[in-house]
Design a protein. Structure first.
Length: 263
């Protein structure tokens, strides 16, 4: 699916998935421990620029995704903004009490979510799912039976969704011949789940027979897709480090608000 919305590829696409996951974990710790809202704002903005430039996704899809990020980020900050504690009141109406301190904390929380969302979107748009599992098997020595099981389960999700849509269409066609109690309410839900579950069990059984016929086991094996660490991993790590230092510098030297600790 990503190939249809991709315009170009960058070095991030060639970076090992394990490097991206590890940097993502370190970035999460950095964002959690960063209490200066100015630094976090610049970090979020620079990460947004990195997403737009390095993801290679067509602009209209990025705009839709960014709009969703902003909406969910605003909702996540509303509780802190409307009901947070503080001494400098900006607006008060009934239970709603907006203070300067609660507004800053709400924006701070929103920037945290946006920063991690931008980085997560960059990783998703530049990483193939199969490369993640092959990297786990080759670099981290994960047993193939676990990796291939996860891959098979994920591949089953769109198949099950398609079967559900086919089942709905079939019920619409046969609706005049089926009593309403069999296709609506709790009984209709149970029959739908049982139908999808039985089909999934049969499909899993056929998959197991096919893997057994091909002598699949946990022994030594070769891989058609090869993943390894390269210069692109070093470049990606250096890029994230530079982004962090630049955001620290800009947040310290060019503060937008006179608050250095949002706790």
């Amino acid at each position: 699916m990503l190939e249809h919305i991709k315009k170009y590829y960058t070095f991030v696409d060639k970076t090992n998935p394990l490097t991206k996951i590890l940097i993502g974990l370190l970035l999460f710790l950095l964002v959690v421990l960063m209490h200066n809202p100015n630094q976090l704002f610049y970090l979020a903005m620079i990460m947004l620029v990195a997403l737009v430039v390095l993801s290679g996704i067509q602009l209209r899809y990025l705009l839709v995704m960014l709009a969703l990020f902003l909406v969910f980020g605003a909702f996540s900050a509303m509780y802190m903004v409307f009901y947070g504690a503080g001494t400098t009141t900006l607006f008060r109406f009934g239970l709603i009490h907006i203070t300067e301190e609660s507004l800053i904390r709400g924006i701070h929380i929103m920037m945290r979510g946006l920063t991690l969302s931008f980085f997560g979107a960059l990783v998703i748009f530049t990483t193939k799912l199969t490369d993640v599992f092959y990297s786990l098997m080759i670099q981290l020595r994960l047993k193939p039976k676990f990796a291939y099981s996860f891959m098979a389960a994920i591949r089953m999700v769109p198949i099950i969704a398609g079967e559900y849509m086919m089942l709905r269409q079939a019920r619409k066609v046969r609706k005049p011949l089926i009593h309403k109690r069999h296709i609506s309410g709790l009984k209709g839900f149970i029959t739908t789940v049982i139908t999808l579950l039985s089909q999934s069990i049969r499909r899993a059984y056929r998959l197991g027979v096919a893997m057994e016929a091909k002598q699949f086991d946990d022994g030594p094996r070769t891989y058609y897709y090869q993943t390894s660490f390269s210069k692109y991993d070093v470049l990606f790590v250096e890029m994230v480090i530079v982004i962090a230092f630049v955001s620290f510098f800009l947040g310290t030297e060019f503060s937008l608000i006179n608050v250095t600790d949002a706790r």
